[in-house]
Design a protein around this ligand. Structure first.
Ligand code: HEM
Length: 259
């Protein structure tokens, strides 16, 4: 996408280099201290600003919008695909069932390389695999809301205006809602869940606006992965990178081969 942006040349190079820095700051701890990746990200997002114009979206607004979408959509989707390959690699029965769904789509298809819109929207097991990946990995481990009024919860008093951080990893691993929470089991999404217990894309008016794009990208990736490739992990390491966007610490290197 960045490759095709106009204008070409120096301005595009500047944009691309700012994007790289801002995107890596998104996965860093939010310490606004000079020398940190987070601080560099803020400086470079200021550098990506343009001139104001009353009648239309300004360059600054356009760049802000594009950057927001790219930054918020880039590392999150990358992390989701990485976790997906790890969980599928560790759960061969799930991979087998997923592969059957996709082989069937391929067999019924018209032989073209591209999936149709109705095919992408008719992948019931894939949809559950995506949800289970996002539950188990919990790509964004926390996000916050501002209290609109004073309230009390479990004996704790919260005042209007306070920032309340949700510990989504704990919600996604609550054994009362998700029995055997460490197990990767997509069929747990067969039944409707208790409201607000699955927050892979958040919830409410600030829910992730990229949800449908992300699901589409991941479904297409799964289709080609399941129909054409097998892979073997090159390292065993279950640790998680302690950044805002959770990734396997070793980025899960694999050897990929044709099926
Ligand atoms: C698997 C991929 C993705 C995951 C797991 C993910 C997850 C999330 C979560 C949990 C939030 C916070 C929602 C809340 O506060 O309730 C969020 C916000 C957001 N996401 Fe995503 N996201 C993904 C992909 C994308 C994509 C592809 C885009 C755009 C192209 C995007 C754009 C945004 C934006 C702009 C926000 C901020 C919304 C706001 O504060 O109003 N995300 N995302």
């Amino acid at each position: 996408m960045i490759m095709s942006l106009e204008p070409k040349g120096e301005e595009q190079e500047k944009f691309r280099s700012n994007f790289k820095i801002i995107s890596s700051s998104f996965a860093s701890l939010p310490f606004k201290v000079p020398g940190t990746a987070f601080h560099r990200g803020i400086q470079h997002s200021k550098a990506a600003d343009g001139e104001a114009d009353k009648d239309k979206l300004t360059d600054k607004q356009m760049k802000d919008n594009v950057l927001t979408l790219l930054v918020a959509g880039h590392n999150t989707t990358t992390a989701a695909l990485t976790w997906l390959m790890k969980f599928l690699g560790e759960n061969p029965q799930v991979l087998q069932r997923l592969r059957e769904e996709h082989m069937e789509i391929q067999a019924k298809g018209k032989g073209g390389a591209n999936l149709s819109w109705s095919e992408v929207n008719n992948m019931p097991y894939t949809a559950k695999v995506i949800s289970e990946t996002l539950r188990r990995a919990t790509i964004l481990p926390w996000f916050s809301r501002k209290a609109a009024q004073d309230f009390e919860i479990d004996g704790y008093k919260i005042e209007k205006g306070w920032s309340v951080n949700l510990d989504v990893v704990s919600i996604h691993h609550d054994p009362e809602i998700f029995p055997q929470p460490e197990v990767f089991y997509p069929s747990r999404f067969d039944e409707p869940l208790k409201p607000f217990s699955f927050l892979g894309f958040g919830s409410g008016p600030r829910m992730c606006p990229g949800i449908n794009l992300a699901k589409l990208e991941i479904s297409i990736f799964i289709h080609h992965l399941a129909c054409r490739y097998k892979w073997t992990p090159l390292e065993r390491d279950d640790s998680v990178q302690p950044t805002l966007v959770r990734m396997p610490k070793n980025k899960y290197p694999v050897l990929v081969e044709p099926l």
